[in-house]
Design a protein. Structure first.
Length: 184
């Protein structure tokens, strides 16, 4: 390797380091420090990972969170979950589950971004939250059966993912007239 090539490699490495440091500083400047000392990067990502105005992220009790979903996340469950989502959830959580539904806009606390949170929470955690509610989130255990809650969990956990070649988005499944129309 010649001296010129060594010099060129050093310049490239320096540029990469400077870019990484700059990106880190931009992210830190855009985030907000909370009282616990860590940063909430919702302003950077556009996704609110915490519930605004609430001191602590909402989690189910450990026993509930560890429950496994007894309903397989097959096409039928996802279709049932989609129908339930359209009927009961879309007004607050929005068509794509981003927490931007028309009814949710009127609430003091923005509804959760289910598109993101669905993949970050256990099935048991989501089922418990759906069943029990909190604040403006209603408790659905008196309205939905346990099986329906698990179908809804399957649907929420598959928002934004691909399964059997079909993108699992609420508006897709809401438009299928029968399960024979569902892509595989």
């Amino acid at each position: 390797m010649t001296a010129a090539q060594v010099c060129e490699a050093m310049v490239r490495t320096s540029c990469i380091v400077i870019l990484l440091i700059t990106a880190f500083l931009v992210v830190m400047a855009a985030g907000k420090a909370n009282p616990q000392g860590y940063f909430i990067l919702s302003q950077v990502s556009g996704t609110d990972m915490r519930h605004p105005g609430m001191e602590k992220h909402w989690t189910a009790p450990q026993e509930a969170s560890e429950r496994r979903n007894p309903v397989p996340a097959d096409r039928d469950s996802l279709l049932r979950g989609s129908e339930l989502y359209q009927k009961h959830c879309v007004a607050c959580h929005g068509d794509l589950g981003r927490g931007d539904g028309p009814a949710g806009a009127t609430l003091a606390h923005k509804p959760s971004d289910l598109w993101t949170m669905g993949m970050m929470h256990s099935a048991g955690d989501l089922a418990w939250k759906i069943a029990n509610g909190r604040g403006p989130m209603p408790a659905w255990k008196e309205i939905l059966t346990e099986s329906q809650i698990w179908d809804l969990v399957n649907f929420i956990q598959n928002m934004g993912t691909e399964q059997k070649g079909a993108v699992m988005k609420p508006y897709i499944f809401a438009r299928f007239d029968d399960k024979n129309d569902c892509p595989e």
